[in-house]
Structures are given as C-alpha cells and as structure tokens.
Design a protein around this ligand. Structure first.
Ligand code: 6R9
Length: 655
C-alpha cells in the first residue's frame, strides 16, 4: 500500500548567511549520508577519531535487532569526561569558557567557568565521591537544580566510571524512591534547594522523604540557596566540607566503550518508568558528531539549550555534546516567564547568545504574550535556532523564525528520543531548506522506515516516495540505547517486538516526496505534555492509589500551550459523590505521587468507564471525547454498555 500524500507546505530556503562557512553543504550532506549507510564502519571510525581513546577501536558497529545485541567500538577504551574536559585543557583551551550560569533571579550572580575551572571542580567532586566509597559501576542518583554542579556531578561520575541516574528536580519523593530502588543506587547527589521562577524547590527535603522509603549509603549535598535543611548524621555530607581537602588530581577511569555511562528513566506506555541505559563510546561519538553538524558550532560562539539536565536533551545537548566540542554553553536555572515574559530574550541579549535551542511549548507560551517582549531586546547575536521535544506547529515555527530569528536565520527542528541518545532527524543549517512543521532529513547513518500496522514497508530512504505510517529505524547507530537497566527482555519487548528486527520509535510519521519527515505524535499510550513524556498508565496508577478512586483512564487532548494536556476519566468508589473539591484533591494527589508535570488538566467523573465485553477500556472513544470530536467515535456497539457514551459526552461538554 503506497500512500500518496500531498504536502503543499511552504518551503523556507536555507538563508544565505547560513551557507557561509558552514560545516556541511547539501552536496556534502548527500555524500556523507550515502557513505554513512554504505560504509557505516568506515564512516563512524572516522567520526570517532576526533575523540581521544586510550585504545583506538578496531571493531566499529556490531549489532543485531533479533536477538537484540548492540555494540559500537567494542574494543575501544576511552573516558567521556576526559573528552569533555581534559582534552581541551591539554590542547591549550583551558581558558575558554565552558559554562555560563544564569541564575533564576535576573539580579543574581552570573557565573562563568572555564574548561580548566570546570575540570578542577569535576576532579573535586570525583574525589569526594571516591572518599564516600563510590566505585566504578556504582549507580549514583543525581537530583539537582540547573546549576553548574549538576553538570559537574554527571561529569564526576563519568570520570570515575560510576553510572549516573539523573532524576528531574520536578519529580516527587516517590518518583525518586522508585528510581533509586530500580537501579539499586546507594548514593545520591542533591542540592539544598533549587529555584525556579522565584519558587523554592525543596530538593534535599524531597530526598529525605524518598529515603524514608528506600535506604542509601550516603547523600552528598551541594549548598546552593543556603536554606536550612536537615542533615542525617553519618549519611548526609556537605559537599563544601567533604570536598574541601581532596586531592587536585584524579585520573580518568579507563572505560571500555560498552561500559555503562548513564541510566535515564523515561515514561513508557505501560507500568513503571524504564531505565534507559546508554554506554560510553557510541554515545560519546553520537553526541559529539550530532552537536557538531546540527548546531554547526564555531569557536567563540555562545550556545544555549533551555532544557533541564534531568531530561535527555540536557544530558546530550547541555553537557556531553557541547563540552566534547569545546563549546561555551549557557545553563539557565529559571523559567521563560519569570519575572516577565521576556526573560529568555533578555538572557539572549545579555550573553549575546548565538545558538538557541528550546521546546515548542515554550515558544507557544511566549507567542501568546505577543511580540512586545521580543522586540524589547537586541537579538542580533542569534545565528541559529533549534526546536526539540514535540512536533512544532507551523504557526509557532513561523513566529519563532520571524520574531526571534528576524526571518533570516535557520531553524533546526530536531526529532529524537531518550532511547536514541541524540538527534536523528533534522535539517542541517547550511544544507537543507526548511519546511515549517517537518523535522527534515535523517542524520548520518539513520535509516527511518514507515511501516503499516502489519509491518508492511510503506517508504524508506531506498524506496523514496510519500507515505504515512509508524516510524521504525532499521539499522543501529552509535548513540542507540543498549538496554533497559536490569531488564533486557523488556527492552526487546518494548522496542523490537512490534516489528521484528526493527527499532520501533512509538511515533507516527509522514514522509513527503522530498524525503522530509513529519512526526505526527505518539501512537502508543504515551502523551507529550510540554515536551515531557508521560505514560498515561503512570497517571492512572497514581489516581487509583487514592482511597476514593475505583478506576481511572487517562488520555491526552490538544492543549494550546502544552501541546497535549492530561485528561482523566475517574470512577469513584460506590457511595462517593463527585465534587470540585474532590477533583482538586485528586489533582494534588497526582502531583504528590509523580510531580507537578503530571498534574491532571481535566478530571471528569463518570459512573463507569466504557469497556468492551472482554473488559478492555475503549481508549479510542475516550480520546475522541477528550478531543471534543464526537462525530467520529467509530463503532460503539462492541461496548458492554453503549449508553455510557452519551453521559461521557455530556460530561465533556460541561467543561
Ligand atoms: C529528545 C526528547 C521523545 C518523544 C518522541 C516524539 C517527541 C521529540 C520531536 C518530537 C516531533 C520533534 N519528539 N522531538 N516530536 N518533533 N522535533 O524529547 O526525548 O523525552 O524521550 O521524548 O518526543 O514523540 O518520541 P524524549
């Protein structure tokens, strides 16, 4: 079945300035892409050679998707912290600024750390961790605000071969405890508090609450706001005390390329979050190479990615990608709308940011506030804009390019996932015309394929042509996740069993006749709320934990700012009356269980959920109702109680 879909979409040509001095023209992209798929080993041996290796790899890609066994650079040895820091200092670039810290409060103190200073700080943290007893292979949970010490904590773990598991600072004590437990982490690094939009985030208090449920050997606490906190004798240590008198040297641990680097938990369509596991060598090369070509970084430029280090974007494009390229990266602790809606643009102006990488949800929120906040500031330093996290609607894309980019600079819309380690589909700034709303073309070595429900091939790079289907990737790439921590079967099951022998992304996608890919969103029970992945099952489990809730079904619905909002259908225990107060309580309950990002937008009480006769919740119907799309509910005759639907629609209309 070959779909022919027209895309009358507007084409925005590569701006002339982007062609000058670019690292990759269209001709170069085409030659490199073709080499990368015809001779992946030769291609990735060359890309990898930019890094320092203790033992240069002779084995490059060795992988199978059935059974699932993925290795890259298997006989190579390296350390990613060395490649991010020591390598640049050794090359005489120790005085180059590595990180610029912009605090939450615009009146607060900006900090700049050179590569030499960041290395010294990382060594201090690494030796402090060693003093606490952390060893190679140990899992260290990092629960930090967006301050340089967050990056230092990750780099210090990498330096000594410990595996970091960063937990987003917005997650609840229960979520922290679950993650600590899942990877049997004995160590936590946190700060006293974080600051976001003037609000204090009680990081240490959250860790304390988590540690009521699960035990660890030690907690290292970085002083940030100086707020009073509770320290448990024998378990908790202040970083500034324990790290005060450690040695100024700490050799990098020699890591095999396939030694684990980090675990990052992400929401799946079922059950508890998955501990996505990335290893050292392939991830290092993938983040170095994608950063180099996608952002086309030039020495002296200031690069700013607004993500949080608690998400994969922060891992790959605040820490490992930029630093391995010797770039100057800005770290921002605050939020886009505090103290006012011009905060992003004020920071761009203040630090003369050249490359700016953010999420569609932020763009939509700022767009709503009008252009007056943008025009107040001089944004002429900007050379390149980026977008990540969810599909960007063409309207937001245009607003971004016209108002922030003055219609003159490229926008790269980068599609990728926690599991892919780095960018997979994007335009390259000097090579590709842009189409607002499309992520663009595959990065080197990436082989996307659209398949139908039965796995029939609709289109890929070899067939060409336009089609719409489920997005798979048919060959491995160095940055690919290797497993789920401690559960390789679940890894195989989740990603490689729907379409045997292929990696299934969970996303729907269209390919147009020009070979541009248009991500249409998740096709599984994962919703994308403000660019954050949320398993509907997770929210459901949180809801049913409440004493008064009998059953819950959660779906996404279109939300102007967040992209998708969280819509919850809730059935209460017999005899319990629905009320606005109870809805508010349930909202609060979910926040406490998971974290503020999971706060339900709409709670609709219903006497029962629509189920098939075999007892399966008909989510399709719930989704349509949440979307206010009552005309296309499809076949409701298989419902055990078809009369329920009217009540559900009525309930929706009352909101
Ligand atoms: C990097 C990151 C991954 C999911 C992914 C997709 C959505 C990310 C996108 C995009 C359209 C883009 N997504 N980037 N959809 N266009 N440029 O976000 O990782 O948190 O694992 O989320 O996000 O649905 O499957 P992660």
């Amino acid at each position: 079945m070959q779909n022919t879909i027209e895309h009358p979409a507007e084409i925005v040509p590569v701006p002339a300035a982007a062609r000058e001095g670019t690292s990759c023209t269209l001709e170069q992209y085409e030659a490199m892409y073709s080499r990368s798929v015809n001779d992946p080993d030769g291609f990735w041996a060359e890309q990898g050679a930019r890094l320092d290796w203790y033992r240069a790899p002779t084995r490059i890609g060795e992988w199978s998707f059935d059974p699932v066994d993925i290795k890259w650079y298997a006989d190579g040895q390296l350390n990613i912290c060395h490649n991010a820091l020591d390598r640049h200092v050794a090359a005489g670039k120790g005085d180059v600024t590595a990180l610029i810290f912009e605090p939450d409060d615009p009146q607060g103190e900006t900090r700049k750390l050179t590569y030499a200073q960041l290395l010294a700080e990382t060594i201090r943290m690494a030796n402090t961790l060693k003093k606490m007893g952390v060893q190679k292979g140990d899992r260290v949970t990092v629960y930090m605000p967006m301050i340089p010490e967050g990056a230092v904590a990750m780099l210090a773990c990498a330096r000594i071969g410990a595996i970091h598991s960063v937990v987003f600072g917005g997650f609840s004590p229960d979520a922290i405890a679950g993650r600590i437990e899942d990877c049997t982490s004995d160590w936590v690094i946190c700060a006293d508090e974080g600051l976001r939009g003037g609000k204090k985030i009680p990081l240490k208090a959250n860790v304390d609450a988590a540690l009521d449920k699960v035990a660890v050997k030690a907690v290292l606490v970085v002083r940030h706001t100086g707020a009073p906190i509770t320290m448990t004798e024998g378990r908790d240590h202040w970083y500034h005390e324990l790290g005060a008198d450690v040695a100024a040297e700490c050799p990098c641990e020699v890591m095999d390329a396939e030694d684990p680097l980090f675990i990052l938990y992400t929401s799946g369509s079922t059950g508890k979050p998955k501990g996505v596991l990335h290893t050292t060598g392939g991830y290092a090369v993938w983040t170095e190479t994608t950063f180099r070509y996608v952002f086309d970084y030039r020495p002296g430029e200031i690069y700013w990615c607004t993500a949080d280090i608690g998400w994969v974007t922060g891992h790959s494009y605040i820490v490992y990608g930029p630093l391995q390229n010797g770039a100057t990266a800005l770290m921002f602790e605050g939020v886009p709308n505090h103290p006012d809606h011009d905060r992003f643009w004020q920071v761009v102006d203040k630090h003369k940011v050249n490359i700016f990488y953010t999420a569609p949800t932020a763009i939509r929120a700022l767009m709503r506030e009008g252009t007056s906040h943008v025009v107040k500031h001089d944004l002429s330093s900007l050379r390149l804009l980026g977008s990540v996290g969810e599909p960007i609607n063409p309207e937001a894309w245009r607003w971004y390019q016209e108002n922030v980019g003055h219609g003159k600079i490229p926008v790269v819309d980068t599609w990728w996932q926690t599991e892919t380690g780095g960018i997979m589909i994007t335009t390259l700034p000097g090579a590709h015309d842009m189409k607002p709303g499309s992520a663009g073309r595959p990065f080197f070595s990436v082989c996307p394929q659209l398949v139908d429900g039965d796995g029939g091939v609709l289109a890929d790079e070899t067939t060409g042509g336009a089609a719409e289907g489920n997005l798979c990737i048919t060959r491995s790439w160095p940055g690919q996740a290797r497993s789920l921590y401690g559960d390789h079967d679940r890894f195989t099951q989740t990603y490689f069993s729907t379409y045997k022998g292929k990696y299934f992304t969970g996303d729907g996608c269209r390919r147009d006749a020009d070979g541009y890919y248009w991500i249409t969103g998740r096709v599984d029970d994962v919703i994308n709320v403000s660019g954050h992945r949320m398993g509907t099952a997770e929210v459901e489990s949180a809801l049913v934990l409440h004493d008064l809730v009998a059953e819950a079904a959660v779906v996404g619905y279109p939300h102007d700012i967040k992209g998708q909002g969280i819509y919850c259908y809730v059935t209460l225990n017999a005899g319990v009356e629905p009320s606005d107060e109870l809805a508010a309580e349930l909202r609060k309950h979910v926040r406490t269980e998971i974290g503020p990002i999971a706060t339900p937008d709409i709670i609709q009480f219903t006497p029962a959920l629509p189920k098939t006769r075999s007892g399966k919740i008909m989510r399709r119907i719930l989704r349509k109702i949440a979307e206010n799309d009552f005309g296309s509910l499809g076949d409701t005759s298989t419902l055990a109680d078809p009369s329920l639907v009217d009540g559900l629609i009525e309930g929706r209309l009352n909101r």
